[in-house]
Design a protein around this ligand. Structure first.
Ligand code: UDP
Ligand code: MG
Length: 310
């Protein structure tokens, strides 16, 4: 039977969430009366989640496990899930129950109305530190300003995508992935649905600051050349300032003024420009490193166990 809904969930050490997550998904999906599958992507779990995923797959044929050979990160895990999903509509959802499975029904409703991408907007967030809330809010706003794609604010990866959209996404094989940007970039008929983001059911966040920073960097470099252009702007500004300063200094010296005499000002100028040049080199390095990664053309992920195809 053709599958209508694929639910894709990335799993990284979520042992205390898995049973509850599965039960809530099953409860919700059974009410639709449609055929569904749950693609659980094991992103290199080390806490026994792998065994739990296998166990779920054995007891319920709705569950299809994709087991990675190591941890590849959240965005890559979701990518693999999209690759293996077979449904006419694919829903990406976190396994920690921060995205309430019940919202899937609301997303599906919009899909039935003809929308091809239905993203969930975090109207409220529970149980997260002020630091996380603040950095997240800042992140979404900076990305919105400097990227060329208008990625909806306060939207994570919790969304429903029509098969057409998933096929396009699957054809985009870049390795530094920012999926919510890619999902906006493809176009199609899109709409948002607001929801209240719950606190984690159990366990701690698998997104430490380092991973959040990498995600932000991928978001910026994948969808904007702004950091590359900053060097140009600063260059024009510094050169302009210097040109303006030349007649001023000539005037001061001819009138016998001693202002700005000495080396401190020169040193500051040299240090500042040297710093700007180094930063610009670093920015170039970021983009070139990404080019190099793309050129290597390695697989995005390595699967040690794939689900059976029937
Ligand atoms: N996750 C993953 N690989 C990682 C980090 C996270 O598959 O390297 C999964 C994690 O198990 C969860 C989802 O991605 O299902 C979101 O992660 P988390 O809840 O830790 O992020 P937060 O909600 O705190 O931003
Ligand atoms: Mg979470």
């Amino acid at each position: 039977m053709a599958i209508t809904y694929s639910i894709v969930a990335p799993i990284y050490n979520e042992i205390d969430n898995l049973s509850e997550f599965y039960l809530r998904i099953k409860e919700v999906m059974d009410t639709t009366g449609e055929a569904w599958e749950l693609v659980l992507v094991d992103d290199g779990c080390t806490d026994g989640s792998t065994e739990k995923i296998r166990e779920l797959a054995e007891t319920d044929k709705h569950v299809r496990p994709v087991i990675f050979a190591r941890n590849f990160g959240h965005q890559i895990a979701v990518t693999a899930g999209l690759d293996y999903a077979r449904g006419s509509a694919v829903v990406v959802i976190d396994a920690d129950l921060q995205d309430p499975p019940e919202i899937i029904l609301e997303l599906a409703k919009k899909w039935h109305e003809g929308y091809e991408v239905v993203y969930a907007i975090r109207a409220e967030r529970e149980g997260e530190s002020w630091f996380k809330l603040w950095t997240a809010s800042l992140f979404y706003r900076i990305i919105y300003r400097i990227t060329d794609v208008k990625i909806p604010l306060d939207t994570g990866d919790f969304r429903l995508m029509d098969r057409k959209v998933v096929n396009v996404m699957n054809s985009m094989r870049e390795r530094h992935r920012f999926l919510r940007g890619m999902a906006s970039w493809v176009g199609f008929k899109q709409i948002g649905v607001e929801y209240k983001r719950a606190a984690r059911h159990a366990g701690v966040t698998k997104y430490p600051f380092r991973k959040m920073f990498t995600l932000a960097l991928n978001a910026v470099t994948s969808f904007s050349y702004f950091p590359l252009q900053v060097a140009t702007y600063v260059g024009f500004f510094a050169a302009g300032l210097a040109i303006l300063a030349i007649p001023v200094v000539i005037y001061m010296r001819t009138t016998g003024s001693q202002a700005f005499l000495g080396q401190a000002t020169t040193l500051i100028a040299v240090l500042f420009l040297g710093g700007v040049q180094l930063i610009s080199l670093g920015v170039l390095g970021e983009y070139i490193g990404r080019l190099y990664d793309e050129a290597k053309g390695r697989p995005l992920y390595i699967v040690s166990e794939a689900p059976e195809e029937e």
